[in-house]
Design a protein around this ligand. Structure first.
Ligand SMILES: [Zn+2]
Length: 164
């Protein structure tokens, strides 16, 4: 499988270009660690555009199914992956070190941007830290509190996703 790259991300964004493809889960080395199985393929679409301020952006959309490990019963569980993120392209490396949590996500507009790496990075950002079966479908549900309170990690993950 040939490595897909965006040869010139700024040109890609200004020209409102897009590309799509798919990646086997097994090819994503950093992702595999938290998974019950390496089976499956994810689909992605990358589209370039200029935002209202005229800044070049990449929109990254990913979908697919992952088999993760439920952190309550440690059995496999299906996780419906859905990413829809926007990255601002920048040529200034200093801007990448901006720690402001409200600042937009930026990536360096490097030549020959490797698409697979970008997609994997975006997937890692959305994955829950402590994935678990829905309440009632988990074998370990006896350990859940009756009030339906979320596990602290799950609450944290939810907080994180609410912010996005
Ligand atoms: Zn479970």
């Amino acid at each position: 499988m040939s490595e897909q790259v965006v040869s010139d991300p700024l040109k890609f964004a200004r020209g409102r270009q897009s590309l799509e493809g798919n990646l086997p889960v097994a090819s994503m080395g950093r992702l595999k660690d938290g998974l019950a199985s390496e089976a499956g393929i994810i689909e992605y679409r990358l589209s370039g555009y200029l935002n209202e301020e005229g800044e070049p952006c990449l929109r990254c959309q990913v979908s697919g199914a992952l088999e993760m490990i439920c952190q309550r019963c440690l059995e496999p569980m299906n996780y419906a992956l859905h990413v829809d993120s926007v990255l601002l392209l920048t040529t200034d490396e200093k801007l990448l070190q901006d720690d402001d949590p409200d600042a937009p996500d930026r990536i360096l507009a490097q030549q020959d941007l490797p698409v697979a790496d970008l997609v994997e990075e975006e997937i890692l950002l959305v994955l829950p830290m402590a994935p678990h079966h829905p309440v009632g479908e988990c074998k370990a549900s006896a350990g859940l509190s009756e009030t339906g309170k979320l596990h602290p990690f799950a609450a944290l993950a939810r907080l994180k996703s609410d912010k996005e």
